[in-house]
Design a protein around this ligand. Structure first.
Ligand code: FAD
Length: 491
């Protein structure tokens, strides 16, 4: 008889709620604990996972496997599913072959994942299935308005979130206990024949996710693999950078942010651990102390906010705007304009640098995420859902709730309490946040010999470097956008 922990978006051994509880159960029942991971390439495709993200997950899975086996004597089974039905069959098979009595996993809040998990609970009737809260610091549903709803606006959400955390202090979960119970020979055979991790190559079912040689090189240097690497990045950030965060975070050339999102999003480190490191550094204060630290914690609370929104208002994960009235906006679907934006060829250097950063590295600085999404939805009036999808298909940290929240914030269709006239001027943004053009020149290579100040004026000089002409005039585009928003609000 066995206890199984099903790993999904929690590829770590430390501070993993369900894994910890599964380990306690295994100890109490004197059963071996076994890990399981199910790879479903079709699901990744369906959810627009980028090849960066898939490679990151699989590589982290391989270090997790070694960690589990060597440090905790927990074997990891790897199964491959064609589609969702296969997942159910795989689980039934695992339960049968390993004589599983308890199945543990951490809860996922997205609609499809939730439906899948409910089905799993229904079909595995001979097993005690435990779905554990783990992905947020505060469980969705714990922070509510007086009317009992999940707050729709960030500031009141944050206020209640902080109050909740002071009342119910955040704790991490210890790593699992080392498993001492021997496996039966049949279970051992089953585990041995299901333990290979496939990596994308041109000849296997993961061929859609192969990284080019150039990208693979960047990947190796920029995204060190494993929980220990994620934790080391957190420690370094908290020791060396967090106390300057508020001043540096908006300047993409300065690398002033933590770059932890690939690790947090993919569950390589937990958001609790990240939060507690900063909280302790600020002597357990959330509203006073060092403003740089409280600003960083505020960003972690934005992540929480968007996850709670997803639970409270599931329409946001079904391609619907949060503000339903904005469904009447007549978005533009011009393919040429959209392609120019995707390729980083809009003729606006700051916007193009952001898109080229994304296309070559799988990441994009937050300031640029705001600028390029604003440009697509306001200057080009292109449907935010196209941009949201393009981001998911290219980001290493693609996460439905944060990505959707960010896009709807920019498109003024979301939870933002500002009215629709949040409209960035891409030139002023670049003057303010990349004055000397260091960031622009890093990614828009044809402009590397252009003087810093010329980068912020759209003169013909830029074209003399082989750089494209602006695809729209910002002032005209601004008026068109305002007219469209006024139309739906009858103003
Ligand atoms: P830091 O500044 O060091 O922040 C620490 C952590 O806080 C981040 O790792 C992240 O987990 C969280 N965080 C920071 N800012 C936000 C935010 N605005 N919303 C939610 N969480 C935040 N973040 C994702 O993780 N995945 C996405 O798919 C994603 N898509 C976005 C799309 C748009 C249009 C916008 C405007 C923002 C998006 N963000 C997304 C939020 C933010 O840009 C990234 O989390 C951040 O750039 C990651 O870099 P960092 O780890 O250095 O962040």
């Amino acid at each position: 008889q066995t206890v199984v922990h099903w790993f999904r978006v929690d590829l770590r051994t430390s501070d993993n709620a369900a894994l910890h509880l599964a380990s306690l159960k295994a100890k109490r029942e004197r059963m071996p604990l076994i890990g399981l991971y199910i790879i479903s390439a079709k699901d990744w495709k369906r959810h627009d996972a980028s090849n960066w993200k898939v490679n990151f997950i699989l590589k982290n899975l391989s270090t997790l496997k070694v960690d589990l086996e060597t440090k905790f004597s927990i074997p990891l089974i790897i199964k491959v599913a064609e589609n969702i039905k296969d997942v159910y069959e795989i689980l039934k098979n695992v339960v049968e072959k390993l004589d599983t009595k308890y199945l543990y996993f951490n809860q996922e809040y997205e609609v499809h994942e939730n439906q899948r998990d409910e089905m799993v609970q229904a079909i595995l009737d001979s097993v005690e299935v435990k779905r554990i809260h783990d992905q947020c610091i505060v469980m969705p549903g714990s922070v509510l308005t007086q009317e009992g709803n999940i707050p729709k606006v960030f500031t009141p959400f944050k206020r209640s979130w902080i109050k909740f955390v002071y009342q119910s202090p955040v704790k991490t979960f210890p790593s699992p206990e080392k498993s001492e119970v021997e496996l039966q020979p049949l279970a051992e055979d089953y585990i041995r024949s299901n333990s290979t991790i496939p990596f994308p190559n041109h000849d296997n079912f993961l061929n859609d996710f192969v990284l080019s040689t150039e990208k693979a090189d960047f990947f190796k240097t920029y995204y060190p693999i494993g929980e220990d690497s994620g934790l080391a990045r957190l420690t370094e950030f908290v020791e060396k950078k967090i106390e300057k965060y508020k001043v540096t975070r908006d300047y993409p050339a300065l690398e002033g942010t933590s770059n932890l999102s690939p690790y947090i999003t993919n569950g390589i480190i937990s958001s609790r651990t990240a939060f507690l490191a900063a909280f302790k550094k600020n002597n357990e204060r959330l509203e006073s102390g060092n403003e740089n630290i409280t600003t960083w914690i505020s960003e972690i609370i934005w992540r929480e906010f968007y996850k709670h929104i997803l639970v409270g208002y599931p329409r946001v994960s079904k391609n619907k705007p949060f503000k339903l009235e904005t469904d009447n906006i007549q978005w533009n679907y011009d393919e040429k304009l959209f392609k120019a934006w995707c390729d980083g060829k809009t003729g606006y250097p700051f916007v193009d640098a952001g898109m080229r950063e994304l296309n070559t590295t799988g990441r994009m600085h937050n300031r640029l995420r705001m600028v390029v999404s604003n440009f697509l939805t306001k200057d080009l009036l292109i449907d935010w859902r196209l941009g949201e999808r393009y981001f998911m298909q290219n980001l290493i940290d693609g996460d439905l709730s944060s990505n959707n929240g960010g896009w709807q914030w920019s498109a003024s269709t979301g939870t933002d309490s500002q009215p629709y006239f949040r409209l960035f001027n891409p030139i002023l943004q670049s003057k303010k946040f990349d004055k000397d053009g260091v960031y622009i020149k890093k990614y828009v290579k044809e402009l590397r010999n252009c003087s810093g100040s010329s980068l912020h004026t759209l003169t013909a000089q830029l074209q003399s470097f082989g750089y494209p002409k602006p695809i729209v005039d910002h002032s005209t585009a601004r008026e068109l956008c305002l007219t469209e928003f006024k139309r739906i609000y009858n103003k």
